[in-house]
Design a protein around this ligand. Sequence first.
Ligand SMILES: Cc1cc2nc3c(=O)[nH]c(=O)nc-3n(C[C@H](O)[C@H](O)[C@H](O)COP(=O)(O)OP(=O)(O)OC[C@H]3O[C@@H](n4cnc5c(N)ncnc54)[C@H](O)[C@@H]3O)c2cc1C
Length: 469
Amino acid sequence: MTSAATKQSALDAFADAAGTDNVRTDPADIARTLRDNSWLSPILKEYVETRRGSDDGESMGVLAVVTPCDEDAVLGVIAAAVKHRIPIVPRGGGTSNFGQTVPVEGGIILDLRGLTGVTDVADGRITARAGTLQGGVDDAARESGQELTILTTTYATATIAGWIAGGHVGLGASQYGTIWDGNVLGARVATAEPTPRIIDLDESNVLPVLHTYGTTGVILDVTMPLVPAEEWDEVVIDAPDLATAGALVRAIATENLPHRVATAQEPVLMDCFRPLRSLELKGAGIMVMIARRAAARLGELCQLHQCTLHPWKQWGETDRPSIGVMVYGHRMLWLKKGYPNAGFLHVYFSPGEEDDQVIALKERFGDAVLVEIKYINSAWLRGLCDLDGPGLLPASVLAVDPGTPELINEVMSFCQELNVNVQNPHTLKLEESGLFPDFEQILEFKREVDPYHLLNPGKIGNATLERQR
Ligand SMILES: Cc1cc2nc3c(=O)[nH]c(=O)nc-3n(C[C@H](O)[C@H](O)[C@H](O)COP(=O)(O)OP(=O)(O)OC[C@H]3O[C@@H](n4cnc5c(N)ncnc54)[C@H](O)[C@@H]3O)c2cc1C
């Protein structure tokens, strides 16, 4: 328990480092800042509500939100927090949906949105400060005729550091994979030591800060790869049934057509995407973002599979909502409109067996499990499924309705029986997420950068941390 005198001394030190106006302590203001999207998981929602109803109140025991405007101020704030042994929860846009920014042990929220700007654009790479919006980074790349390989669907509000520390896929993952597949070329991170150091990480050693929720250093800037920019067309395809829709999506992926997304939804789900209702689809729906140079081939594939193609819009036009905000993470928001009690499970099917596995899931659970089919080109995710090397992995975010812990657990057990790999998002603990085959190297890096376990505590379990001592 931190004493009142220690808290005041820490607050004074934060104000010295970041400026008085950049240290906010009003509980209502803190509670507003703490909003996130954990409510998407019924299990995490319950945890957050319980915390808010506890003695810690709506501000969940957070002392202050500190928003430094430059790197020196960040280092000063970290030094003050370490001196007073106060937890630090880094935060970007606050869009994460699985509790990544929930302050399990209170402390301060270190809001990195004051650190903005693209610092370097070169052939094939771009560097930006931590708090720069990912969409802004892509805009800067486009000015040089290039673009990011992957965009989180929250690109308009999520920061570049928040994405590499809290997200992992997005538009482009079907071609380029995840953050772990060479899509982060480097990062500079500050340690949580009495005198914070800055460590320069490159592609060969950046792994411990990827999707580790800021537990392994405060990211100051990020370097991402760039590829030549495409002109993207968005189309919606009407398929007679889910099996045909899945086959068409598989053809797009295996022919390696340049596309940012291709995802098949079972027919009953399409009504959830309200902007698309005007298309009056009759069967399963497929949302595709395709490079214009491959549009003709997509038309041929549609004919071959007896599907109907509806042009939707061009990327960047503002006349209609983009399908970019109906897929990946955003898809859950639309499904919640039709299925308010649904919970979600990220699953990976066995390549070549995906159709049979989908049929088995539907036969067992009917409309209590609602399915999409997409493909991700990721050696990392394949490794989690005991598959060697690069290649495509059939993937889905299942909607489980109702998303009660009992039903979610039942679906997870059945998936295990089917040999469908499940990634569990309903936990605050990284080591339980199923995303890390080798957690030891993360622990080893953490030992170096966070000796007092002050960075986002609670996101790595105590038993796991004991192993690093
Ligand atoms: C509607 C919706 C759609 C989504 N779509 C996608 C998607 O397509 N792909 C995807 O991968 N994710 C998706 N997400 C989740 C995703 O994590 C976030 O959208 C985004 O990546 C987080 O960025 P942020 O700036 O909001 O980070 P925050 O939510 O603020 O933080 C995320 C994590 O990173 C840590 N962090 C933030 N900044 C730093 C820093 N500078 N140094 C160290 N740690 C830091 C935080 O402590 C936290 O643990 C979606 C979420 C929602 C709600």
